[in-house]
Design a protein around this ligand. Structure first.
Ligand code: GRF
Length: 204
């Protein structure tokens, strides 16, 4: 399967995915078609190039969402991806984008998406002193972190008394879970579970 990995920043999940493609669970299952960023000077983009991945970028600064996304769809199509893998891509995708790759866009969220959506999920877990959080890999639909869940993996946060420690533990799990989930998806060993979000989330 051909992967388009999208990032906006650091790119540690991208690195984990590329490692899995090059010599891990995604070997012989996937190739990196392109690493794309909406931030041309994102550190992760340079890292991807250093790892030998094709890269592309377009600056989203000052651009209207639908128009920018239409351009990104055009760029990505040139690389013929089977999956669009969001790895710290800090943009909400417009319906145009979602429809172009419907059912084939994945995201990783560092919390249980029933309990927390959007930014600052590790801060949320830390500030609420949660004994455990859950890393969620899900398909992307038109909502914010509302798509069908592909996999969830718990992170033990007991004794994690700094935000940095919460993040360190969580990221270690993220890096494993994203590649594992993609491998299962590609091998067709996964059926997404659609969870009724309205019923599950206490806050609106
Ligand atoms: C990760 O925590 C990911 O779950 C979230 O954004 C962060 C990106 O980190 N969506 P990185 O760029 O992959 O290091």
């Amino acid at each position: 399967a051909r992967l388009a990995i999208l990032l906006s920043g650091r790119g540690s999940n991208m690195v984990a995915l590329v490692n899995a493609v090059q010599h891990g669970v995604l070997q012989e299952l996937a190739e990196v078609a392109v690493v794309f960023s909406n931030v041309p000077d994102a550190p992760g983009l340079a890292t991807a190039a250093g790892l030998g991945c094709p890269t592309a970028s377009r600056s989203s600064q000052g651009r209207k969402r639908a128009e920018f996304d239409a351009e990104v769809v055009e760029v990505l199509r040139q690389y013929q991806p089977d999956y669009v893998v969001l790895a710290g891509y800090m943009r909400i995708l417009s319906p145009t984008f979602i429809r172009a790759f419907v059912g084939r866009i994945l995201n990783i969220h560092p919390a249980d998406t029933h309990q927390h959506q959007g930014l600052h999920a590790y801060e949320w877990a830390f500030e609420n002193r949660l004994p455990e959080t859950k890393i969620t890999v899900h398909l992307v639909d038109e909502g914010l972190d509302t798509g069908p869940i592909l996999a969830q993996h718990p992170v033990d946060l007991r004794g994690a008394d700094t935000l940095a420690e919460v993040e360190r533990r969580g990221l270690a799990v993220e890096h494993r879970v994203y590649a594992d989930t993609l491998a299962q998806l590609i091998k067709q060993q996964l059926a997404p579970t659609a969870v009724p979000q309205a019923a599950a989330s206490p806050v609106h």
